[in-house]
Design a protein around this ligand. Structure first.
Ligand SMILES: *[C@@H]1O[C@H](CO)[C@@H](O)[C@H](O)[C@H]1NC(C)=O
Ligand SMILES: *[C@@H]1O[C@H](CO)[C@@H](O)[C@H](O)[C@H]1NC(C)=O
Length: 193
C-alpha cells in the first residue's frame, strides 16, 4: 500500500474492509447489486496526497497544446492564453521528485478559459495504479487560477473504490520552470462508500 493516502473511517473497521471488496471491471449485474447495497453502506472519507508532473518541454512531453484560437491574436490571448487547450497524460507520484513512486496518471485536458487572468478549466481523470486504488479513478472538474497559492477544485465522481465519490482537490504549485513545466502538489479529500 502506498504512502500517498490515508483512510479516515467514519464507520467500523468491519464496514471499511467490506467496502473494499467491491472493485473494478465488474459486470453490470455486479454493479446493480452494489447499488442495491447502498442503503447499508456507510460513507467514509479518504485523503490522498500526490504530486502532478506537467511536462510540456523537451523530447517527451506529457502535456501538449492541441488547440488554440485562430483569426484573433489580440491582447487577451497574449496575456492569458485564452482559448488554448492542452491535453495531458501526466504522471502522479507520491513525492515531488519525478523518480518517486508512480501512483497514477492525470489524463484529460486543461484549457485557458479566463479573459481577465490566467484561469484554466480543468477536466481531468486521476487514474490510480497503486495499492488499494489500483484501477480506480477520480474525476476532477474545476477552475484553476494557477497563479494563486491554493486552487480548490471539485471532485465530481469516481469509479472502482471511488464509486459515487465527491470531494475537494487543493492544488499548490511545488515548482515550475520558464519552459512551462510544473510540479503541482495535490491534496484530495473525498467522501465515498
Ligand atoms: C531521484 O533523483 C534524485 C535527484 O533528482 C536523486 O538524488 C535520487 O537519488 C533519486 N532517487 C532514486 C531512488 O533514484
Ligand atoms: C495494478 O493492477 C494491474 C492490473 O490488475 C496489475 O497488472 C499491476 O501490477 C497493478 N499494479 C500495482 C502497483 O499493484
Amino acid at each position: 500500500m502506498g504512502k500517498f493516502h490515508i483512510q479516515i473511517p467514519l464507520c467500523s473497521i468491519v464496514l471499511l474492509s467490506f467496502s473494499f471488496v467491491h472493485c473494478i471491471n465488474q459486470d453490470p449485474i455486479a454493479v446493480q447489486d452494489w447499488f442495491k447495497g447502498l442503503d447499508t453502506m456507510q460513507e467514509k472519507v479518504t485523503k490522498l496526497h500526490f504530486y502532478f508532473h506537467d511536462i510540456v518541454s523537451g523530447n517527451s512531453p506529457t502535456a501538449m497544446r492541441v488547440a488554440k484560437p485562430t483569426g484573433y491574436t489580440g491582447l487577451v490571448n497574449t496575456l492569458t492564453g485564452f482559448g488554448s487547450v492542452v491535453m495531458a497524460d501526466d504522471m502522479l507520484t507520491s513525492g515531488p521528485e519525478p523518480n518517486s513512486t508512480v501512483v497514477g496518471r492525470a489524463q484529460g485536458f486543461y484549457a485557458s478559459a479566463s479573459m481577465e487572468d490566467i484561469g484554466f478549466l480543468m477536466t481531468m481523470n486521476f487514474a490510480f495504479s497503486d495499492g488499494d486504488f489500483n484501477g480506480s479513478s477520480l474525476s476532477l472538474l474545476g477552475r484553476n487560477p494557477v497563479l494563486h497559492e491554493y486552487r480548490e477544485m471539485p471532485i465530481v465522481g469516481g469509479s472502482g473504490v471511488f464509486r459515487m465519490a465527491r470531494g475537494i482537490a487543493t492544488a499548490k504549485t511545488y515548482k515550475f520552470n520558464l519552459l512551462g513545466d510544473a510540479v503541482v502538489e495535490y491534496n484530495v479529500m473525498v467522501v465515498h462508500y
